[in-house]
Design a protein around this ligand. Sequence first.
Ligand code: CTP
Length: 447
Amino acid sequence: RRNERNIKNMLRSRLAADIFRLLEQAGALGREMGVSVYAVGGFVRDILLDRPNLDIDLVVEGDGIEFAQVLSRKLGGRIRMHKKFQTAVVILPDGQKVDVATARLEYYQYPTALPTVELSSIKMDLYRRDFSINALAVRLSPDQFGNLVDFFSAQKDIKERNIRVLHSLSFVEDPTRILRAIRFEQRFNFRMDRQTERLIKNALNLNLFQKLSGGRLFHELYLIMEEKEVLACFRRMDSFNLLQVLHPLLKLSDQLESILSEVERVLNWYRLLYLEPNVLSWKVFMLGLASSLDDAQFQILMRRLNFSDKDERYFLAVREGLAETIQQLHQWQGRAGSLSELFFILDPLPLESILYLMARSQKEEMRRHISLFLTQLKTQKVSVTGKDLKAMRLSPGPVYSEVLRTLHAAMIDGKAVDRNSQLILAGELVARIKAREAADQVQEVSP
Ligand code: CTP
């Protein structure tokens, strides 16, 4: 093909050396096996955008499964095959995953009147994808390594920051793409073109969204709620009346908007604090989204999204627990309670509820206390352990956790901060318990 831009140098400079090497190996293997191999999709898009992307997607013009098997053997990896879809995942020894798909013409019998015979299989494979920016491929064969295959002006769309579908039935074929379009808009700060926006409106007028299964709908919503610009996505969804599709009462009122914006702020704060946060953002956003719904309405929303019974119970329990915690915190503040009391109020709650509670707190002081809990109280550990108590000959039983809890409280309240003072306090507590036990025994034996 003429006019193919070569991005080999870009690949070399923007990819980790081992990934670059892997692409070369895949291309060389393709030549040995007599098949063309391409890197495709989001992986290529993100190279051009210079954004990290850990998913490698390959497409093979030929038998993708066989190619994946040989590739896996050569690189000492494992393989998971989906014969029905002619796809496979190769898992390399270092954990890196490589998705391999088969590009074959006969799979894509499109309703759009296209002269399929004129299309190569890679072109057909790319044509069935969602947006032009995701429909780029890079040739990996050694003689053409790095040649960018751009049938649908994707480079222009990337330059002009456009989200654009490849054909007018894209959303009819897959309505989840509506949410993907919104997600990519906000993530890359791109914009749908007018045609794409019009096609979304048409698809919504045809109620195509209502036909989506709860599982797929939730998955897309989940992906949105794990993005960085969640509120912006919700705003955009609301502009298409898409929140109402989730639940008829969901609307981005000023109040809901300010709640979600606080949720976003707290989550960003928490993420900044911990490099690898183990927080599930989607759960906090889900609580925020449901804030204007009562339990019965929330349950309808969760059923629409095909939540498991377990998840449903979890969310309802969290909401109930939150109401209780808010009350406890107010009382605690009223009586100027100790830090250890604060600790024992918040400690049983899942992290997601605590962050949501923080987002919903109106008073600055309350936020400060919750922040103190998360950043300091939660991480302090008592250095005296059950083993130490055993060495003090405390007889086994529930008294162990009582003593450790008392030590924990003392530590938080600054009364026994180091191991030494904790050991002294533990000794006193154990002595007292032993004395109590001895007294009980005397009572038992005396008539
Ligand atoms: N794709 C599609 N329609 C969908 C989902 C995916 O056409 N509903 C295609 C796109 O070409 C996409 C590829 O499948 O690039 C892989 O999808 P995904 O795994 O979601 O990857 P990314 O596009 O990389 O998205 P993300 O960056 O969020 O992982």
